[in-house]
Design a protein around this ligand. Structure first.
Ligand code: PEP
Ligand code: MN
Length: 337
């Protein structure tokens, strides 16, 4: 069960509610986020919901049968909207486009990418400054100095930044320069990192693990939420299957399933999902029809010169075409459903 508490509940009233939940043979987990104050009850026994509902300080009470609770749609039917400020919102009727290179490489590359995004009215730029690479000898990113340089230019242009955080110590180091922390597919179950992200008041985009199930993604999101941060976005980025014709298998099924299980926005990453440049567009458009709240994808002025993931990166002409088609498909979806 989820007991939503009133904002200014006294300690005494909270303890009384907590004791009553324990008396019902439920284990109690208090959760305080920037937005809400909850008691999560874990147990199975049947009880009369009114018995708790009438207690002083209770705002609402919900029975949630899913093992994850706070990210479940069973208690929060309306979709979560993430507000990044300056009228940039993610979720519900806001369609989000996040474009940019796999890796942040240089000042010139940042400027060119920003100019491209601004010309298409795209508000969120992606790019890695800490890169998880299969080989330790590959380019590993420009690090915090690269992020600072990017931040200055993005801010001037009114562009929001999403970039990957790889370890706990980076959460604080990056804080002033990011709008959305990206948790990469290799870190979806790095619970120490998830705990640390529960303590910040900035948005987190959580990617599905390379071999992670949909439920595991939701449990990881529950970790961050129960740690105190409700500003969460889920991302389907392809999973590892027996198929070798594509880099990963973008699991389109996951999109409507996540949307029906959770109130959180769902973003698709067709670049990593299929890993082949000419198929990024059809998979992006299919993701939108499947219900995605947005698409994150890789673009670079000269993809063949990109330091990483060049094989799946669109040039700016392809990117412009994609942006325009995505908006049309989103409008079509909204008019159909
Ligand atoms: C990326 O976005 O460049 C990236 C490394 O993604 P993922 O964690 O999905 O592999
Ligand atoms: Mn990449």
């Amino acid at each position: 069960m989820i007991v939503q508490l009133k904002k200014n509940i006294s300690k005494k009233d909270k303890d009384t509610i907590s004791d009553r939940i324990v008396a019902l043979k439920y284990k109690v987990n208090p959760v305080k986020t920037q937005k809400g104050n909850y008691l999560i009850g874990i147990g199975k026994s049947e009880f009369d919901i009114r018995e708790l509902g009438q207690l002083k300080g209770v705002k609402d009470i919900h029975i949630v049968s899913d093992d994850y609770k706070l990210v479940s749609k069973k208690w929060k039917v309306e979709q979560t909207v993430i507000d990044l400020g300056d009228n940039v919102k993610i979720g519900s009727n806001h369609f989000s486009i996040m474009g940019g290179p796999c890796s942040i490489e240089s000042e010139d590359q940042i400027e060119k990418t920003i100019a491209h995004l601004v010309s298409q009215n795209v508000k969120i730029m992606r790019g890695g400054v800490f890169k998880p690479r299969s080989s330790p000898y590959s380019f590993r990113g420009l690090g915090i100095e690269g992020l600072k340089m990017w931040f200055d230019k993005a801010k001037q242009a009114g562009i929001k930044i999403i970039t990957e955080v790889m370890q706990v110590s980076q959460v604080e180091e990056m804080y002033d320069y990011v709008d959305i922390y990206q948790v990469g597919a290799r870190n979806t179950q790095n619970f120490n990192l998830l705990d640390a992200l529960g303590k910040v008041d900035k948005s987190v985009l959580l990617k599905r693990g390379i071999s992670g199930t949909i439920d595991e993604l939701l449990y990881s999101a529950e970790y961050i939420f129960s740690g105190g941060n409700e500003r969460l976005i889920l991302c389907e980025r392809g999973i590892r299957t027996f198929e070798t014709a594509s880099r990963n298998t973008l699991d389109l099924n996951a999109i409507p399933i996540l949307k029906s299980k959770s109130h959180l926005p769902v973003i698709a990453d067709p670049s990593h999902g299929i890993g082949i440049r000419q198929y990024v567009e059809p998979m992006a458009l299919a993701s939108i029809m499947a219900g995605a709240d947005g698409v994150i994808y890789e673009t670079h002025e000269f993809p063949e010169k990109a330091f990483s993931d060049s094989q799946q990166t669109l040039d700016f002409v392809e990117s412009t075409d994609l942006i325009q088609k995505m908006r049309k498909v989103f409008d079509l979806r909204e008019s159909l459903f």
